[in-house]
Ligand binder design. Structure first.
Ligand SMILES: CC(C)(COP(=O)(O)OP(=O)(O)OC[C@H]1O[C@@H](n2cnc3c(N)ncnc32)[C@H](O)[C@@H]1OP(=O)(O)O)[C@@H](O)C(=O)NCCC(=O)NCCS
Length: 182
């Protein structure tokens, strides 16, 4: 690992046990690149152009010049990478993180991987004194599972931008305070 790679990976280096039996969440490594690409292609939601965007972010996470790069977490079941999450600081904010992507392989859903990944992001946020996590998503049917996941973990829909992605495809903004006591 180069000095730069080691520096850019430092913020999330620890491994996290999950409450979901058999699942393990760890910071992604460069070796996960192809498997993450395949998770996106197997998502039934994202296409090749999306996978290319994520792949670009993934490479940047390991080679970019900034400590504020995107960070990736991989969810493993044994030797199989079943899903990933990508998050990072929102530019021009103090202590706000954005969950950019979360995805679990199509055949491996409803077994707790999405929840384990998002819980792990929240635990890391708490450890790094992040104030707020924000998530941007679509109002359309194919993102129903994602919206339910966010809501099930206490994220609140705080804004809607009608027709943002396309006509009839609104932007939903979810947030969760990391400092407010429940
Ligand atoms: C959203 C996603 C990551 C959830 O992953 P998952 O591993 O299936 O989710 P989990 O098994 O951890 O589910 C956690 C909770 O989310 C909700 N949920 C998940 N899938 C759901 C679905 N299809 N319908 C309704 N609720 C759902 C439920 O509350 C669920 O808890 P429960 O199983 O105890 O009822 C997965 O569906 C996915 O990859 N979707 C496509 C990609 C995507 O839309 N990403 C978000 C935008 S980047």
């Amino acid at each position: 690992m180069s000095e730069r790679e080691s520096r850019t990976q430092t913020p999330g280096q620890y491994s996290q046990a999950t409450n979901e039996p058999g699942l393990r969440i760890v910071p992604s490594t460069m070796d996960d690149r192809r498997a993450i690409y395949d998770v996106l292609l197997n998502s039934g939601v994202f296409g090749q152009s999306d996978a290319e965007v994520v792949d670009g972010m993934f490479v940047e996470a390991f080679t970019g010049p900034s400590d504020d790069n995107y960070r990736f977490l991989s969810c493993w079941e044994g030797s199989r990478l079943v899903g990933f999450a990508c998050y990072g600081s929102e530019s021009m904010t103090q202590g706000t993180w954005d969950l950019f992507w979360i995805c679990v392989s199509g055949q491996l859903r409803r077994r707790g991987a999405g929840r384990a990944l998002l819980n792990d992001v929240q635990q890391r946020a708490a450890q790094e004194r992040v104030r707020l996590i924000v998530i941007y998503t679509s109002s359309t049917e194919k993102y129903t599972a994602a919206r339910r996941l966010y809501e099930s973990l206490g994220f609140e829909r705080v804004a809607v931008v009608p027709d943002y992605y396309n006509n009839g495809d609104d932007l939903f903004i979810y947030t969760k305070s990391m400092t407010r006591k429940e």
